[in-house]
Design a protein around this ligand. Sequence first.
Ligand code: SF4
Length: 70
Amino acid sequence: MTKLMNIARKHCANFDVGKCMGCVFIRTDKGLFFKLEKKLTGRSCSVDKGCDYFETVVMPGIINNNTTRR
Ligand code: SF4
């Protein structure tokens, strides 16, 4: 398992035994919403090829959480 895949396994709520559940959050001027992203749902985790959700939601959450614990 690659380092990125291991981070996704531990911290991404979509990670399910190597598969992606594909539930992504979207913020608009009307609020915060979630949807099932067809290009992710039920497919193997693609974090090693690049995943927008991982980069824009999961990693900032980890970094923010580590910063506030100090
Ligand atoms: S593809 Fe992205 S959203 Fe899906 S499990 Fe992997 S890191 Fe999480």
